[in-house]
Design a protein. Structure first.
Length: 85
């Protein structure tokens, strides 16, 4: 997000910021949706840099995350959702 990524000759993704290899994995990511509300999405599929920890979300995954964030209780300080593909 906000970082460019490029493919190597063998098709592996490399981070433009630091040049390290990227790995597909599942992780927990926090999203600050307002001054008072943070949402943690657990088990989110990402492509993460092995060097600087920058990550990339697939367009489909980001659309689903946006749907999750739209359903957040505005009065909650913290909500945790498990990503379900």
């Amino acid at each position: 997000m906000g970082t460019e990524f490029k493919n190597t000759e063998n098709g592996a993704m490399r981070c433009h910021a630091c040049g390290a290899d990227m790995t597909k994995l599942h992780t927990n990511i926090p999203f600050k949706v307002s001054q008072a509300t943070i949402v943690i999405v657990k088990d989110l599929p990402v492509i993460q840099c092995n060097g600087c920890s920058a990550y990339l979300l697939d367009d489909r995954v980001m659309e689903e995350v946006e749907d999750i964030l739209e359903r957040v209780d505005a009065t909650a300080e913290l909500e945790v959702f498990r990503y379900a593909a």
